[in-house]
Write a protein that binds this ligand. Structure first.
Ligand code: LLP
Length: 427
């Protein structure tokens, strides 16, 4: 069910008209629906429960990079979510939002010593390690601190996620993970290091996957490896399949989360029965987009309508610095006028004020709009605010979370003074 719908001709987030939010908080503004967040998280949590899994045997680690606002993290943490982080900064956000470090997994190819120290000092659940040099660094840092670092190796299963090349990560020729063929030797290195405790195996093959077949293929390949490792005396206690389930941007038909999880658990249970395992292996998921993507929109106001020689432009007050996805991936986001009008529709490119031809949010859209109208850029909850920048000295948008009939400010709009507060003149 969409939590963004028209009521009496006005687009609302749950029960709050977006016109009211524009009036109260201005534009551009990101707006999230709490009910949508809860519903999306529950589709994972409920599927785990349905398959007899509890927190000890399945953990959903929300991928913080998709939307890291403290209020979002807090809502998910209260629902029992763990967190997948990729920086020390994201760990500090999780802690500030009241998340448990014991449910944090740390991914990423370039962890610094400082980030390792921070994560070890909070006893996070696991480091997803991506290379042998990283293993050695982690072993050294843990040794200095008198800690034992729990490690999972990110294995590159070499399956084609069939998604945009920029967000496909499971193939041989990208920087992520340890090659499948090298996994065994890398595990042997890890197992021999004194301050490393091998606990898991993980992968993440890409993002915005509509079909779960590549993910299930990756699970098969990891299961095979777990058996090989067991024969070497290296016990794997958790299997982390990463994130990746897509959402509907433009008539996309992503697999239902519940169906995907059912197929994962069926596979794992069959393997468990075959191997006569007493305790089920713990399964981890790292979803981002499928939890927050369709829980958010970017609200913007039409500043000018410009009729060019070959095109009409709706120049709005949001830009590529607010929502980078169209410029970066030619991503498609729906555009909905907040007020439904009885005017003739025209075709527009929706563009921002930034001085770049790449500054567009949507192209060739039939819209019924006039100057001053509000537009909602849909499905903008994931990789929207987190990828935003201050290019052109534009303050980042405000963020609002709607809960029923209330709209809460969860991040103030940045002022110009905020943007240069850390800068200084020469003496
Ligand atoms: N785990 C790892 C290790 C990841 O690298 C990612 C996303 C996720 C989990 C979450 O994946 P999701 O469930 O959201 O697909 N900026 C791009 C997406 C980049 C994804 C990066 N990794 C976009 O706007 O489409």
């Amino acid at each position: 069910m969409s939590h963004f719908s028209y009521k009496d001709g006005v687009l609302c987030a749950e029960n709050v008209p977006l016109t009211q939010i524009a009036q109260q908080f201005g534009t551009p503004t990101y707006i999230y629906s709490k009910a949508a967040l809860v519903e999306n998280f529950s589709s994972y949590a409920d599927a785990c429960k349905k398959h007899g899994r509890n927190e000890e045997t399945a953990l959903v680690c929300y991928s913080v990079k998709s939307n890291s606002n403290l209020a979002v993290l807090n809502v998910l943490g209260k629902l029992g979510s763990g967190f997948d982080i990729v920086s020390g900064g994201e760990l500090l956000r999780v802690l500030a939002a009241g998340g448990s470090p014991r449910k944090v997994i740390f991914s990423g190819v370039g962890k610094s010593r400082e980030e390792m120290q921070l994560a070890l000092s909070h006893d996070i659940l696991c480091f997803n390690v991506e290379s042998i040099p990283e293993l050695h660094r982690l072993n050294a840092v843990a040794g200095e601190m008198g800690k034992l670092a729990s490690v999972s190796l990110r294995v590159n299963p070499n399956v084609d996620a069939k998604t945009h090349p920029y967000i496909s990560t499971g193939l041989k020729d990208n920087k992520f993970g340890v090659a499948y063929e090298d996994a065994l030797t890398t595990y042997r290195v890890a197992a021999a290091l004194p301050n490393i405790s091998v606990t898991g195996i993980d992968c993440h093959i890409g993002s915005q996957l509509l079909d779960d077949a590549p993910l299930l293929e990756a699970v098969d390949k990891l299961i095979e490896l777990i058996d090989t490792l067991a024969n070497e005396g290296i016990a794997i206690h958790h299997l982390d399949i990463g994130g990746g389930i897509g959402i509907n941007y433009d008539n996309d038909k992503p697999v239902a989360v519940g169906d995907y999880l059912s197929r994962v658990f069926a596979k794992i249970d069959a393997w468990r029965a075959k191997n006569h395992q007493d305790t089920p292996i713990k399964v981890l998921f790292e979803p981002g987009r499928s939890i927050v993507g369709n829980a958010g929109v970017l609200l913007t106001e039409v500043q000018y309508i410009k009729h060019g020689e070959t095109k009409n432009f709706a120049i709005v007050d949001a830009a590529m610095n607010d929502l980078m996805r169209p410029a970066m991936y030619e991503a498609w986001h729906g555009v909905q006028p907040v007020l439904q009008r009885e005017l003739a529709a025209q075709t527009y490119d929706v563009v921002g004020p930034v001085c770049e031809s790449g500054d567009w949010l949507a192209r060739s859209r039939e819209l019924t709009i006039q100057q001053g109208d509000l537009l909602a850029i849909m499905s903008a909850g994931a990789y929207g605010m987190t990828m935003s920048s201050n290019y052109n000295t534009r303050g980042r948008a405000a963020e609002i979370m709607v809960d029923g009939a209330s709209a809460h400010l969860i991040r103030k709009r940045e002022s110009a003074a905020d943007l240069f507060a850390l800068e200084s003149l020469l003496p």
